[in-house]
Design a protein around this ligand. Sequence first.
Ligand SMILES: Cc1cc2nc3c(=O)[nH]c(=O)nc-3n(C[C@H](O)[C@H](O)[C@H](O)COP(=O)(O)OP(=O)(O)OC[C@H]3O[C@@H](n4cnc5c(N)ncnc54)[C@H](O)[C@@H]3O)c2cc1C
Ligand code: SF4
Length: 564
Amino acid sequence: MQIIRQPKVYDVCIVGSGAGGGMAAYALTKAGADVVVLEAGQPWDNTKDSAMLEWPYESPRRGASTPERPFGEFDACIGGWEIPGEPYTRAPGTEFSWWRARMVGGRTNHWGRISLRFGPYDFKRKSRDGLGDDWPIVYEDVAPYYDEVDRLIGVFGSKENLPNEPNGLFLPPPRPRCHELLVKQAADALHVTCIPARLSILTRPLNGRAACHYCGQCNRGCRVNANFTSTNVLIAPALATGKLTLLTSAMVREVTIDRTGRATGVTYVDKATGADVGVRARVVVLAASACESARLLLNSKSTLFPNGLGSSSGVVGRYITDTTGTDVSGFIPKMMDHVPHNHDGVGGMHLYMPWWLDNAKLDFPRGYHIEVWGGTHLPTYGFLGGMHRFPAGGGYGKQLKEDYRRYYGASIGFSGRGEMIPNDDSYCELDPAAVDRWGIPVLRFYWKWSEHEYRQVKHMQETFRALIAAMGGEVFAPMPTREQGYGIAAGGTIIHELGGVRMGDDPKSSVVNRWCQAHDCKNVFVADGGPFVSQADKNPTWTILALAMRTCEYITEQMKKGAL
Ligand SMILES: Cc1cc2nc3c(=O)[nH]c(=O)nc-3n(C[C@H](O)[C@H](O)[C@H](O)COP(=O)(O)OP(=O)(O)OC[C@H]3O[C@@H](n4cnc5c(N)ncnc54)[C@H](O)[C@@H]3O)c2cc1C
Ligand code: SF4
């Protein structure tokens, strides 16, 4: 293969510009490093490209999804479950889907912005229940970086002093909306802890960014930067330092290694020309998303590392996890025929329910949090779909229109988001027979839920049904059976895939050390969800950001000492 080799040697080369890559670019350029970011996707300008203020009737599809926009045509994320020319495969019997973004900022362009810290228990789960593995670090190691992320990016919430839901440096939370007040009443009646949500959306101006004006369209991309995207909150200030070179449509193929086993940089495919280009750097930071970083390591084969970089332990690609999830929704008669009222809010929930129970009294380990949706929203394609599920709903013409008016806003939904325990049967490896359009070997996934996850999801279903009953409502669908997995969402579909490059003190059982530095190659680091030892009952991105910041502080110190 002919490679166009660039003469320049950067201090750091970062692969990916999502949550992890954006934070790495921000932290390293602010520390004075000369950085190049290679991003497989394309630029996207929220001030011009966002559909934040478009009416659904301005589109012939009313916002329905398209192949390029599986979450609806107004959604901000370029990418999807399937990307033309970039396949992945599944072992027979495996149900796993892999969402990939292909744009500057990665998935932070349309993520839900639920921004939760992991708690002290989450780093030491094996010590508490004997399952999985402990992290080599504790909450206190990460806490100062969580604080810094809160200050830099902004997150609203409330100080609750719960043992495993650490307080942050919160902006004031928005007030609950009508349907959320009813949820709070039901939760209180059932003794389910229900508190203000924690989202990285500004309720006060911060660091030159405007406060939210409550249009509720965060997933379309915020034109005023009131919510967090890597693009505008991390990459933009990194570019402003003059220290960042951002190369887009640059699909990294592998990390290159010299004869001493030190990384010299990466090679990438310039998607515009198809040319292979070599970039040189003193340090390589992989932040291409957890599974893609595992793929890059496995594809970085050399004489010294014939099975791929970092794989002397044999655990690259192993112990991948996703959040467990299931949903229940229902009709709430007391929300019918509602009095028109101001229902404005952020593009996400104003309340949530953190894990509140004691596992000693349950038949499954670990926990889940509950997300809330429902009430009135800007109606788009598919709104109030399944009208026949409402009492006497459906039909044609005038009657149907009246039903839409009557039932608009009278439904509620709960989503459980819980902790999966890593297992030996859930992993990814290179498929020996499949390559992408550039000839790069692709991942093959293996996936299996254990009885722990099925029991946890059964509990979610029962709890959500009890909450809807406490609201005086009727659930839309019957309880899924054991044969239906109690309605557990397929692996990968909650889009919180983590692990595959896990951290640990022992190079025999982990890929990176406590600083997310490869055991086998000291100038390679991983700054995405790959190093996670375990999930938690929290969404992962706030921890990806805090760990990426911590890793980059370590890189800066080591470079100053001449150790890298
Ligand atoms: C709809 C949705 C809702 C979500 N909601 C939440 C939430 O509420 N809270 C939460 O904590 N998390 C949420 N997440 C998950 C969150 O988006 C991810 O945890 C986070 O973005 C991961 O950051 P990352 O940097 O690892 O990867 P990404 O953000 O995916 O960025 C990776 C980047 O690397 C690039 N890349 C990949 N391969 C290569 C390559 N070979 N060469 C060059 N570049 C490459 C990609 O193009 C991409 O831009 C949500 C995700 C989705 C899709
Ligand atoms: S709800 Fe707020 S943060 Fe979200 S898009 Fe609208 S103004 Fe921006």
